[in-house]
Write a protein that binds this ligand. Structure first.
Ligand code: FE2
Ligand code: FE2
Length: 152
């Protein structure tokens, strides 16, 4: 069954929700490919899914670090453990093993859980930091505006 996006998967951070939706989309594609038993296509989807997920992790980790999120190190560790597990599957796919179904099940379970629990936990810290950054930018803009008016 494909994963249907539900509100409990929303973090409320637009850019993160967009990336999570993309990942869910890849997982759903994987489910479809598994029914065809096309090994080349399976490899293509798995590689694309893993690449995208790894850049999402890096992006998420940088947001957390910038925000001074207190669990950013354990969160990174969780990402790393998952990455290692997925890399093992990727090797098996490369060897032509029929692990598509197993991999799909693991990805779907892990990701939904991770978004709902671990990712949901950093949202408040990252959002607060984003508000500060936007405020800072607006203040700078205002000063710039004020100066330009003065020197016209
Ligand atoms: Fe995430
Ligand atoms: Fe995460």
């Amino acid at each position: 069954m494909p994963i249907n996006w539900s509100v409990d998967l929303d973090t409320g951070i637009e850019v993160i929700d967009h990336q999570h939706r993309q990942i869910v989309d890849f997982i759903n594609q994987l489910e479809v490919v598994n029914t065809t038993h096309d090994k080349a296509k399976l490899k293509e989807v798995v590689d694309a899914c893993v690449d995208y997920t790894l850049s999402h992790f890096a992006f998420e980790e940088s947001l957390q670090e910038e925000a001074g999120y207190k669990y950013c190190k354990p969160h990174k560790k969780v990402h790393e453990l998952f990455t290692r597990k997925v890399a093992e599957y990727q090797q098996r796919v490369d060897l032509g093993e029929d692990v598509g179904g197993e991999l799909h099940g693991m990805l779907a379970r892990w990701l939904v859980n991770h978004i709902k629990r671990d990712d949901a936990d950093y949202v408040a810290a990252v959002k607060a930091n984003m508000v500060d950054i936007i405020k800072e930018k607006e203040e700078k803009q205002e000063t710039k505006g004020w100066f330009s008016r003065f020197f016209k």
